[in-house]
Design a protein around this ligand. Structure first.
Ligand SMILES: Nc1ncnc2c1ncn2[C@@H]1O[C@H](COP(=O)(O)OP(=O)(O)O)[C@@H](O)[C@H]1O
Ligand SMILES: [Mg+2]
Length: 218
């Protein structure tokens, strides 16, 4: 296993928290190709705090909390996919996209085009809340149509077995586990220093995420 892409059905669904748990479990490096929004803790900072692992520098750091293409344009910049090759890395690398799979990087390219270009396996994060079947099935269809290799879906939230099973049935996709909500994790991750939630996240990962399926990836 070298690089793993973590994407999701939407923004704010727990991709960064899941990425932090994965980085911690695999002893991996983390890379955020485009960080749009610098006012609050960045995804790289949150992952570093929650995982205790070093993170790589972002490809682009943009001030505006907006879609990458708009955040770049606001600074008179165009995101160049040639600048976003997967960084060389000794061990496993966890790469987190932004928002969902069809978020534009510039006026010609969406995130899923970049994932397909990399050829790296993709983990799709999905909420368990109402509405997720539609969002997840559409995201799977879009990823596959773009030529991405989908490793499976990780659910985030309270258990919804029937919903999770329906997604796996219609989406013909592997269930890689469900990360429950961990109380107080957000506040802990927002403070500088190694977060108090790290151990709880590691325990939740060990219990709920099928790491063997993720580690097996060639
Ligand atoms: N498993 C979880 N347990 C507790 N809080 C979580 C969990 N997943 C996400 N959150 C919280 O939800 C918010 C959004 O999560 P985040 O990982 O940043 O989402 P995304 O990367 O998809 O935008 C954050 O405040 C985060 O702390
Ligand atoms: Mg994130």
């Amino acid at each position: 296993m070298s690089a793993l892409v973590v994407t999701g059905t939407d923004t704010g669904i727990g991709k960064t928290v899941f990425s932090a748990g994965l980085v911690q479990a695999l002893g991996a490096r983390y890379w955020k190709p485009v960080q749009a929004g610098l006012e609050e803790a960045t995804d790289s900072e949150v992952v570093a705090r929650l995982s205790g692992q070093e993170v790589l520098a972002e490809g682009y750091r943009l001030q505006l909390p907006a879609s990458p293409h708009l955040a770049a344009e606001a600074e008179g910049v165009e995101i160049d996919p040639a600048q976003l090759s997967l960084p060389a890395c000794d061990g496993p690398l966890v790469v987190e996209g932004a928002g969902g799979v069809m978020v534009p990087l510039n006026r010609r390219m969406l995130y899923l085009d970049l994932f397909a270009r990399w050829g790296a396996p993709v983990i799709l994060c999905a909420r368990t809340q109402l509405g997720t079947i539609n969002h997840t099935l559409l995201s799977l269809q879009a990823l596959r149509a773009a030529g991405c290799r989908v490793l499976g879906v990780v659910f985030i939230g309270a258990p919804e077995r029937e919903v999770e099973d329906s997604i796996c049935l219609f989406g013909k996709v592997v269930h890689l586990g469900r990360l429950p909500m961990i109380p107080g994790l957000g506040k802990a991750a927002a403070r500088p220093g190694r977060a108090a939630g790290s151990d709880a996240l590691a325990r939740a990962f060990a219990t709920h995420i099928k790491l063997d399926l993720i580690r097996e990836v060639p």
